[in-house]
Ligand binder design. Structure first.
Ligand code: ATP
Length: 760
């Protein structure tokens, strides 16, 4: 089937369109169409239907008569789709039915990676660790990898950013790399299923595992001189652009232009992306599937084969951030998927509170750790009680353990898992008692709700960097976004009502600028590994201790420094006390130091800017609304064939006035933003003199004095220090207090009433 598009000149195709010329119809990007089961046409390849979209057919007169040429019309959106497909199906076109040989490579880990040597990981993985400069395993990796390699089931709890993905990923990849490859042309069986709560996290896990497989390390050596040369190509050209390969490519002497099949193929299946493409990937077969439960469940409804693979072929099941999956409302789908992983005799008897199930299970456990399903559950947060429950539920017969009733949805979910490990899952808990990563500095501002914008703006000016601001609702993001933009901040939103493409684009933009702000709901709280997030701001207090931990976990990752700031309004006081009190170490809100603001007159100055920006936004909104109504009226009259009166046709009399006022207000704001924000006692006239000469700050920060071109610089607050964490710890030192002693509450002391920022 060939769908012909209207030529670009007649259609509404954007100017960004590109045309790729094809001489031969067989080189067009044909796609196999899916046929509903009811058609009775099965997928055995007897009758394949294919279609192609976006093709312009042109006829040219040649010597031999009329010749058809084909232009494939592509626009930037298509390119973006393809980029996204590249992410969700990295290596899609790398799948091949050709036989894949096991590779013969060697890596001198004793010399090059001594801290990893004892794990005896596959050389390909070692090469990649070495290339990424992961010279030693993180504590959770150190504990869990040897056990996982022995075939144990694991429940791993470790702080955010501590390398949990590789803690379960390396043992899986190691096993898959070692497994003998099928020699005959056959579809790859699905061997590992990793479930993650959000689309971004699933895509990230798949990229992370691909990174662990693909190495161009020169330290990997061929063991067998006769084997073909190793070719760890990172990039492949496809459709004229670079495409990251997926899975480890096999050392092979492929003919030029033909990509070798990956040794291990990894694909992500998530919502918000082409389901058809994802089904195609599954049809070809993948070794490791990273999925969000919702999309996987949808696909399984139409694809019995996938359900069968999960039931019969799976070697590894991973639940990454299991607690969040339940919160995200995926319980039904998750439960449905997990049921497929139960052994037949378990499906009717789980959950069981009395112990009979455990006993029968212990009897049927296969001793063959090489072939049985291994289950890994990882999270940064899991209550101690739940960990105990999981352990008790699977305590072997002779230990005489009694089963507990599930006390939460997560308990319930975990108790449904069919851990095959005869000793029950090994629970490894390395999470800090108070949930705070060592390298994180926490802080708080207590302020009126109306002043939160000013404190946030102050913070962004004072500590430029990569700042992730969490809000509890999308409406808040919609309000704050234009405000911060108007105040000259580079700011991007991320929330569930944005299209997937936009979410990924905004994440990319945030990542690629060292001074930017991401306004996020809690969909970005879990698992996202963005390098170099300097600060996390809780614009609204988190609703639970877990959310507080995960939000904070976007900074201070992998041993790096990080800073978190809570903005607490009077009516959030109780909520935050409850959140902190629910940590197992029983924290007190008073243990979080106050954020130091050495010169509060600056807040007054900022208040003027924020107020003006809000007025502009309010007026802009009115003007947009009026324009929209005018336009609607005209269009409706046209459709109905009604004549509008002169008054109705004329744009509102107020409009020119409003426009002029708006322009004047914008000019005022531009002027305000171009004014230096100077702390009390500093002057722009004498930048080289005084106790704290401004010139030093300007030099240290490599900036010039503020101007219309480079507004938003705050100066005069002491040196060029832009380290919020250091400022908090210095302020504490000055007061002679340790973190735990901050603001100790005196007996019977009442909370003081917070004052708003004075109007200047
Ligand atoms: N052994 C290692 N040495 C150095 N860096 C590592 C090591 N292992 C993983 N990393 C890096 O640490 C960062 C955090 O890893 P990862 O995302 O797996 O953390 P996590 O524990 O899953 O975090 P979260 O709980 O927030 O999901 C990643 O950028 C990863 O590449």
């Amino acid at each position: 089937m060939l769908k012909r598009r209207r030529p670009a000149s007649q259609s509404l195709v954007s100017k960004k369109n590109k045309k790729l010329r094809h001489e031969n119809p067989s080189t067009l990007p044909w796609k196999t169409t899916l046929r509903p089961l009811e058609t009775g046409i099965d997928g055995d390849g007897i009758l394949e239907l294919e279609e192609v979209e976006g093709v312009e057919v042109l006829y040219e007169e040649g010597d031999g008569g009329r010749i058809a040429r084909f232009n494939v019309v592509r626009n930037e959106d298509d390119d973006e789709d393809e980029r996204m497909e590249d992410i969700d199906s990295e290596g899609d076109d790398a799948f091949d039915d050709e036989p894949v040989e096991t590779e013969q490579v060697h890596f001198d880990s004793e010399k090059l990676l001594p801290r990893w040597h004892s794990f005896a990981l596959h050389p390909r993985l070692l090469g990649s660790l070495s290339q990424n400069k992961f010279s030693s395993p993180t504590p959770i990796q150190e504990k869990s990898i040897p056990l996982a390699l022995k075939g144990r089931d694991i429940v791993g709890v470790a702080q955010t950013g501590s390398g949990k993905t590789l803690a379960y990923g390396l043992p899986i990849l190691h096993r898959l790399l070692h497994d003998a490859r099928p020699k005959k042309k056959s579809k790859r069986p699905l061997r590992a299923l990793i479930l993650a709560p959000t689309r971004e996290l699933a895509l990230q896990v798949s990229s992370h595992l691909n990174m662990a497989l693909n190495s161009s390390s020169s330290n990997i050596k061929e063991e067998d001189e006769c084997s073909p040369s190793l070719n760890f190509k990172k990039k492949n050209k496809r459709k004229g652009k670079d495409k990251e390969t997926s899975g480890a490519e096999e050392p092979t002497s492929q003919p030029p232009g033909k990509k070798p099949p990956p040794v291990v193929s990894i694909a992500a299946i998530v919502g918000g992306m082409s389901a058809q493409k994802q089904r195609r990937i599954l049809d070809r077969g993948v070794d490791v599937l990273v999925a969000t439960p919702g999309r996987l469940w949808d696909i399984m409804q139409e694809d019995d084969a996938l359900a069968k693979e999960i039931r019969h072929e799976l070697r590894f099941l991973v639940l990454d951030e299991a607690d969040r999956m339940i919160e995200a409302g995926h319980f039904k789908e998750l439960d449905g998927i997990l049921r497929l992983t139960l052994r037949p005799d378990d499906s009717e008897i789980i959950p069981d509170d009395e112990g009979s199930n455990t006993e029968s299970k212990a009897e049927v456990i296969s001793a063959d750790a090489e072939t049985r399903l291994q289950t890994f559950v990882f999270s940064a947060t899991m209550s101690k009680e739940l960990q105990r429950n999981v352990k008790k539920r699977y305590r072997p017969k002779h230990s005489g353990g009694k089963h507990r009733q599930a006390t939460s949805t997560l308990d319930d979910l975990l108790l449904r898992l069919d851990f095959r490990d005869p000793d029950g899952p090994e629970v490894i808990d390395l999470s800090p008692e108070d949930g705070v990563v060592d390298t994180l500095v926490e802080s708080k501002v207590e302020c009126l709700v109306a002043d939160k914008d000013i404190y946030l703006y102050y913070f962004l000016l004072r500590y430029p960097g990569r700042t992730l601001v969490f809000l509890s609702a999308i409406d808040g993001i919609r309000r704050l976004l234009p405000l911060l933009e108007m105040l000259g901040q580079k700011v991007y939103p991320i929330h569930s009502q944005l299209e997937m493409r936009q979410r990924l684009k905004n994440l990319d933009r945030f990542k690629s600028s060292s001074k930017s702000v991401l306004l996020a709901t809690d969909i970005a709280a879990r698992g996202l590994d963005i390098k170099g997030v300097d600060h996390v701001v809780h614009y609204q207090v988190p609703r639970s201790a877990d959310v507080y931990v995960h939000r904070n976990g976007r900074t201070a990752r992998a041993g790096g420094k990080g800073f978190s700031l809570l903005l607490i309004a009077p009516d959030e006081r109780k909520a935050i006390a409850g959140v902190l009190g629910s940590f197992s170490a029983g924290r007190d809100a008073k243990s979080i130091p106050l954020f130091p603001i050495p010169d509060t007159t600056l807040l007054d100055k900022l208040k003027a800017r924020v107020r003006l920006a809000k007025e502009i936004e309010g007026m802009g909104h009115k003007v947009r609304k009026a324009n929209h109504e005018d336009k609607w009226m005209k269009e409706a009259a046209e459709v109905l064939g009604v004549d509008l009166s002169d008054d109705e046709r004329k744009p509102s009399m107020k409009k020119p006035k409003q426009d002029a006022k708006l322009a004047a207000m914008k000019a005022d704001l531009r002027h305000l933003l171009s004014q230096p924000m100077l702390a009390r006692g500093t002057s722009v006239r004498y930048i080289t003199s005084g106790n704290n000469p401004l010139v030093e700050e300007l030099l240290q920060q490599d900036i010039s004095m503020p101007s219309e071109e480079s507004p938003n610089v705050m100066l005069g607050l002491g040196g060029g220090n832009r380290d919020a964490g250091k400022d908090v710890t210095d302020a504490l030192k000055r007061k002679g207090k340790r973190r735990s002693e901050v603001n100790p509450k005196k007996e019977g002391e009442e909370e003081e009433e917070w004052k708003g920022i004075a109007t200047s």
